[in-house]
Design a protein around this ligand. Sequence first.
Ligand SMILES: Cc1cc2nc3c(=O)[nH]c(=O)nc-3n(C[C@H](O)[C@H](O)[C@H](O)COP(=O)(O)O)c2cc1C
Length: 322
Amino acid sequence: MTDLTATLGTLTLPNPVLTASGCAAAGRELHQFFDVGTLGAVVTKSIMSRPRSGRATPRMAETPSGMLNSIGLQGPGIDSFIENDLAWLAAHGARTVVSIAGGHTDEYVEITRKLNGNPAVSMLEVNISCPNVENRGQVFACDVLASSRVIGAVRRAADPDVPVFAKLSPDVTDITLIARACADAGADGFSLINTLLGMVIDTDTMAPALGGITGGLSGPAIRPVAVRCVWQVKRVLPHLPILGMGGIRSGLDALQFILAGASAVSVGTAVFGDPTAPVRVLAELEVALEERGFASLADAVGYAHRAPAQRLVPAAPEAAAS
Ligand SMILES: Cc1cc2nc3c(=O)[nH]c(=O)nc-3n(C[C@H](O)[C@H](O)[C@H](O)COP(=O)(O)O)c2cc1C
């Protein structure tokens, strides 16, 4: 039996499979299909300070091997979230990673303070793929200074024993520059990656398919981009843990992220087609680790970075270069 214990900074989880923010709301819907307490943790939809109705419809469009969404951070606001969603998750024994979002640094800090002292919060995931209202709507995660300001402010405001993970956008020239800035500001780890900005034109109406015009691309189409981001960030900041995500549909998909350097993974878009995907991915990952001779998940984290002489199990044949 492989030891599946996953560690994300000071947080220890019984297994490495989590939901992805925005793809499982606050866990209630998935609980009809399996006990959400069996997951490593539930990552909740990004929450803002006040209730929001989100962007105009239509909010989703199918794309080859993926989907485009422009939900626009619809949500009940932090007070209702704490009273209803967080309380429900705690009552059902789920470990909870709370994803927070804001339009300016003070909003992130306000939300963080409201969550302080709440034992239901296992970790904070800071979604910085939001428009910064104080800088003409430029997305925080695309700017080194804005990213580090938000992460630094949340880290200072949060309970010291609650890990703060920066969730980064792949829509940047060099993700390692943003990661380093967040690390310098006190990030305890990274969630990689958020969606890629995309767009679909409806050729019948000859207009954008989404009410919000642009949207976030997710699903298997983005998996190679996500694995590349995990690899790059692990390479420059090997001491910081990574929660990897982007198109994970199977245990072998999850294994790619672990080998690239993720300590745990989130399953997002896959749950729309198969609500049991997170538990299936976990079972398949366990088999995949066992088959490759890993005694523990920890032994596999970042394994693909190792030089041949440091490999514990025989390496798979090199793929032909193309
Ligand atoms: C419908 C939908 C809503 C999402 N909402 C959020 C969100 O509120 N906050 C966030 O950080 N990421 C959000 N994401 C991004 C996912 O958490 C994840 O980073 C991304 O979809 C890649 O993983 P996947 O391909 O497994 O879905 C959302 C994704 C989808 C598809």
